[in-house]
Design a protein around this ligand. Structure first.
Ligand code: F6R
Length: 236
């Protein structure tokens, strides 16, 4: 595992974008695993700048996102599809049909979970998976539990995650209580993993990277992966 310490959010984002950009240059038809949330916004902005400067070409890139809320109406500004379109996809030359997220409006979530897992496999697996980390150590929507979920699955969100995510909604009652997420096993199948941890994540990153590997801190499983890069902020 490589831990790269940067001064602040801007430097963390620039470095993450460099690593993702290098992946695209090395393999133009790569499959990128992507995340939503506050952590990757700066990274996506930097990728857009690189594209606008003519240094990156997304025309052959495929993407699979970690997760999606369940039950939001199509086009909801709170959906992760909307987030990805507005923060990255609409600003680069990626083909929208090459961007995949779980379908949070599917009628049968168990079936949708199996379908999405197969979809990732059919694309040839993820070359580089970008991750953020929750304050409780969650990755994707894999919350602390007694075991590591192996595959894509529907989840009931914990009150701490609902609370953390409510900052983006008008009322806490509007936050969906269910989501669909890649499993820890799905994430570990990526060839390479890039975890970005903003200034507020110092404590949990230390526990996850240097503590014992336990499903009570889902990100701790990254200690077992052969190619993980973690970018932290000095302020953390
Ligand atoms: C987002 C995701 C989550 C976030 C995590 C950190 O797709 O899967 O695991 O990465 O909740 O969120 P932020 O970056 O908002 O602190």
């Amino acid at each position: 595992m490589r831990v790269l310490n940067t001064k602040n959010y801007e430097e963390m984002s620039a470095l993450a974008a460099e690593i993702i950009g290098a992946q695209i240059l090395l393999k133009p038809r790569c499959v990128l695993g992507l995340a939503t949330g506050s952590s990757p916004i700066g990274t996506y902005q930097q990728l857009v700048r690189e594209y606008q400067a003519g240094r990156l070409d997304f025309s052959c890139v495929r993407t699979v996102n970690l997760d999606e809320y369940c039950g939001l109406p199509a086009g909801s500004p709170h959906s992760y599809r909307y987030f990805m379109d507005h923060n990255l996809f609409n600003h680069v030359n990626i083909r929208l049909e090459n961007t995949y997220l779980p379908n949070g409006t599917a009628l049968d979530m168990e079936f949708e979970a199996q379908r999405y897992e197969m979809q990732i496999e059919n694309l040839g697996g993820v070359d580089l998976q970008l991750l953020g980390i929750g304050h409780n150590g969650h990755i994707g929507f894999n919350e602390p539990s007694d075991s590591f979920p192996p595959t894509v699955h529907p989840v009931r969100l914990t009150s701490s995650t609902i609370h953390a995510n409510s900052r983006l909604f008008d009322r806490i009652e509007d936050v969906p209580t269910q989501a669909i997420t890649m499993g820890v096993g799905t994430i570990l199948k990526a060839q390479r993993i890039l975890l970005i941890a903003g200034p507020d994540k110092g404590e949990i990153v230390k526990k996850a990277l240097y503590g014992k590997v336990t499903p009570q801190i889902p990100a701790s499983v990254l200690q077992l992966h052969r190619d993980v890069t973690v970018i932290t902020c000095e302020e953390a």
